[in-house]
Design a protein around this ligand. Structure first.
Ligand code: ANZ
Ligand code: ZN
Length: 872
């Protein structure tokens, strides 16, 4: 037979799948549903290799579940709003809309060439007015339900670009693009009230048992629930500005109150403002520390700085104990009350602070087994467990007991008409600010009227469509600069008013697209609840771990908001979540430090290991570390090139083969070539099998020889392992089993002479199983082979083969070997082995001899098929 020609076969099968619309899923299908979704791409212009991995993983699962008889929903769309389109407009003078849709067309073509089993009939882009119209409607629903609000917030303002910046866009206090010093501006923002669901979003994580633990942990930390005490410290009146009498603080460690050395308040705290009004030095200090911005990472790493306000706070358990109140740069106004008491012995930040200002420290928790007299803290705070010391009535208690005791005493003590302290639960989670001063996003559908305030755009005027005749000549929001767009009459009073020119954060667009896919044809509403509730949740969602927090959390919130506003009836959008690893590659660097692409170098393997040579000049290049593929280091490979050279099946097989899907995979040309050889090998093997099994009887033989049974065992064994492997997304393991089966199968085919009829039948069966096993991974090759096998229809539509369980009976069994109840090793014996044989094998283990240490064996207890316990 000829070589398999992917270049010819792949487009041919892709056309056939399209013509027959076999991946289009119907909403009225009565089979059980299975919804597979990969995170939809941003239309940057080109598919990169990470996409190929992501979509291949999903595709294997989608094809497999279809073969298993599910009504599979596997849609694709475009996360199409965002800043790059505006940058293209500024840099290249192309309209954001044209740029975006051109990119979509180009990337769609690329995606098709990968041979994905996608239902393109449901495709949409989030920048389609027919999509964002519904998003605007949901915004208004959320506004009516109290889930969207306007809030004054301090934001990073870039005075040159005239825009709000995210914390990540502020670098050393300057705007990332303009380099201008960023100002903190108080501005009205639209927010979604995600904090209303903080506890629920946290508790429900426990039910997401098909999510990676690390993702759940990241979400838990992000939500950041803390139980603590809100304590009202009285202020020493002689030292305090008029009108102020107390300082409220939030603490999770009330047990450490007797180790307090100072109080600290945020630069934005009203008390700081009051004190600064009379103290110019303090005012200057405050304006200095505000320059570092609001990013947590900056605050955490910046050197601790403080300024003594002169105000003194009174210790709640001792009226004569006065604590200095500092303004400090590590206290955030946005958390708790914006004020703390500092206990340096048990908090590192506080310790760094007192060491700088020579305020000293007193340990109040002593680790178990340590002598309190010799327990001193110098540079490292102790935040572990222990017993209370130096703490009067708390001495000797555990931390928990002490927390409880402090809470009880302060709770029941009244000052004025309120208790001195109350228990409080705090969350780190903030409401989700969705306003962006950008053109290329979903317009927020409200009108500001000088008489009626904020007026929702009436339903029959949705969508509020983005104007296309915009100019990017001026910095700032092109929507705001548009000569006419924002000028409207107020829907309520008919007077002149203006549209909101902020657009929504693009994370809003991606917070519900999975629901829209269930019925993207509904023009009247975002979802058709009866359909959405049946097709959701997404059974398996697949994407990068970089979205572990925001996108996934926002989607979980939005699903709840859609439930509250009647668009859905479920809480959790993604029943299963899988985060795939990255595709990484070696880096190559010339002597002058410049990076070169993998395609420009040739690797030579010699006695001294691997060496890289620049193809063009023959000069040596340095092989650098393996890193995530990036444009800056030029260590990328272009999916188009790979597919043109080797075909999509090879690219897919390679992506699945070497590493577990959740780990990084190292791109290697050598291994890609290996995958390419394997494709040819499978092709030859199937053709040979057809040739050899020509004499096979049409009906299944009544009995099988040992040879035929051995082959059938190998085939069904592989089928069993691949089936359970795919279900668990252990694709690399599946591929190893397919290779192993291919080896034993080839060996049978290479035997001389014509096989007996029963073996010929087994060969035919084995070849069908083999083709189906690799069909989810290499669908084009599989279709071609399926045809050679003379099978009717498409392998993409064939049912998954039935496993004959009788053939799976293992020939051997592995038992755990214990010595006196402790595991020391394992023995593998024939299933039919008798006890004396098992005992001898166990006692022969070195680890067992070592554990017995020359002592005689008193007894050996065998639990059949499981445990051998040697009693010495
Ligand atoms: C005294 C104390 C002693 C504290 C000690 C910790 C250790 P989590 O767990 O994250 O909720 N804190 C409170 N509000 C703050 C703010 N706005 N900015 C910076 N820090 C703030 O952390 C709660 C702890 O963080 C609180 O407990 C408080 O310091 C500090 F040995 O109070 B602690
Ligand atoms: Zn009005």
């Amino acid at each position: 037979s000829e070589r398999y020609n992917a270049r010819d076969a792949e487009p041919r099968w892709q056309r056939k799948w399209d013509e027959q619309a076999i991946f289009v899923s119907k909403n009225d299908d009565s089979r059980p549903k299975y919804y597979v979704l990969e995170m939809f791409p941003y239309p940057s212009g080109r598919i990169h290799i990470g996409h190929v991995r992501n979509y291949t993983l999903g595709d294997v699962l989608a094809r497999f579940m279809r073969a298993k008889g599910f009504n599979v929903l596997h849609p694709m769309g475009w996360d199409a709003f965002g800043l790059p389109a505006e940058n293209a407009a500024i840099e290249r003078k192309v309209a954001p809309k044209a740029w975006t849709y051109d990119n979509i067309a180009a990337m769609k073509k690329q995606l098709r060439s990968i041979g994905l089993s996608l239902d393109w009939s449901r495709e949409f882009a989030t920048c389609d007015p027919s999509y964002y119209k519904h998003q605007q409607k949901m915004f208004l629903d959320m506004l009516a339900a109290g889930l969207a609000e306007r809030e004054k917030r301090k934001l990073n303002w870039d005075p040159v670009d005239m825009t709000v910046l995210a914390n990540e866009q502020v670098i050393d206090g300057r705007g990332w693009r303009s380099g201008a010093i960023v100002e903190q501006r108080e501005m009205s923002q639209w927010v979604f009230k995600i904090t209303k669901y903080a506890q629920e979003l946290l508790s429900a994580l426990d039910s997401l048992d098909r999510w990676p633990d690390k993702v759940r942990l990241m979400q838990r930390n992000w939500i950041g629930r803390s139980e603590g005490l809100l304590i009202r410290f009285a202020l020493d009146q002689a030292t305090t500005p008029a009108g102020e009498s107390e300082l409220k603080i939030f603490t999770t460690r009330p047990d450490t109150l007797f180790g307090a050395k100072f109080m600290a308040i945020s630069a934005d705290h009203p008390l700081a403002q009051a004190a600064a009004a009379k103290n110019p030095d303090l005012a200057e200090f405050i304006s200095d520390i505000k320059k570092i911005g609001t990013a947590q990472s900056i605050i955490d790493t910046a050197e601790k700085q403080g300024f003594d306000t002169g105000i003194r706070a009174v210790h709640p358990f001792d009226p004569d104990w006065k604590l200095p109140v500092y303004v400090a740069n590590f206290v955030l106004m946005e958390y708790g009350t914006g004020a703390i008491f500092g206990c340096p012995a048990h908090d590192q930040r506080d310790l760094d602070f007192v060491n700088k200002y020579a305020l000293g420290n007193t340990p109040v928790v002593c680790p178990e087994g340590q002598d309190p007299k010799s327990f001193v803290i110098t540079d490292t705070a102790y935040d572990g467990d222990g017993r209370m010391i130096n703490s009067r009535f708390l001495d000797g208690m555990t931390i928990e007991q002490a927390k409880e005791e402090v809470a009880k005493r302060l709770e029941s003590e009244m000052r004025g008409n309120a208790p001195v302290a109350e228990r409080q639960v705090n969350f780190r989670l903030r409401d989700w600010g969705i306003s962006r001063q950008r053109y290329w996003g979903c317009p927020i559908p409200v009108i500001h009227c000088p008489r009626c305030d904020v007026v929702p755009v009436p339903d029959d005027q949705l969508p509020v469509v983005l104007p296309e005749d915009v100019s990017f000549d001026k910095p700032g929001n092109a929507l705001d600069h548009h000569p006419t767009w924002k000028h409207v009459t107020c829907p309520k009073c008919g007077g002149s008013a203006s549209r909101e020119t902020d657009t929504m954060d693009t994370f809003v667009d991606s917070s519900w697209y999975f629901a829209r896919f269930t019925d993207p044809w509904n023009e009247k509403a975002p979802t058709t609840p009866a359909i959405a509730n049946r097709m959701l949740p997404v059974d398996q969602y697949i994407g990068g771990v970089e979205h572990a927090i925001l996108h996934l959390l926002y989607s979980r919130f939005f699903t709840r908001a859609m439930k509250a506003t009647g668009h859905l009836a479920l809480d959790e959008p993604f029943a299963g979540m899988f985060t795939q690893g990255m595709v990484v590659h070696e880096t190559y660097q010339k002597a002058d430090g410049s990076w070169v692409q993998p395609a420009e170098v040739k690797i030579e393997v010699g006695g001294n290991g691997r060496r890289a040579i620049l193809l063009a000049t023959g000069e040596d290049v340095t092989i650098g570390p393996i890193e995530k593929m990036s444009k800056s280091k030029k260590n990328t490979v272009d999916p188009d090139d790979i597919i043109a050279t080797y075909g999509a099946d090879v690219a897919r097989w390679f992506m699945l083969s070497d590493s577990p899907p959740d780990r990084d995979v190292i791109w290697s040309d050598e291994r890609v070539q290996g995958a390419s050889r394997f494709v040819q090998r499978l092709w030859r093997l199937v053709n040979d099998a057809v040739e050899v099994s020509k004499t096979a009887p049409a009906t299944r033989p009544g009995s099988f020889s040992d040879d035929a049974t051995a082959l059938r065992k190998a085939a069904h064994g592989a089928l069993d392992k691949v089936t359970s492997g795919v279900e668990r997304l252990h694709f690399n393991v599946c591929l190893a089993h397919i290779r192993e089966f291919t080896n034993s199968f080839s060996e049978v085919l290479q035997r001389p002479g014509q096989p007996a009829p029963d073996l010929a039948w087994a060969i035919r069966e084995a070849s069908q199983i083999l083709v189906q096993l690799f069909s989810p991974m290499m669908p084009h090759l599989a279709e071609e082979c399926w045809q050679v096998l003379g099978q009717p229809g498409l392998v993409s539509e064939a049912s998954w083969p039935q496993i004959e369980r009788d053939l799976l009976v293992e020939d051997s069994v592995t038992l755990v070997v214990q010595v006196n109840g402790k595991k020391r090793g394992e023995v593998t014996v024939a299933t039919v082995a008798q006890n004396p044989e098992i005992e001898a094998a166990a006692l022969a283990l070195d680890a067992v001899k070592l554990a017995l240490d020359g002592k005689p064996v008193r007894k050996v207890i065998i639990v059949p098929k499981r445990i051998v316990n040697v009693v010495g």
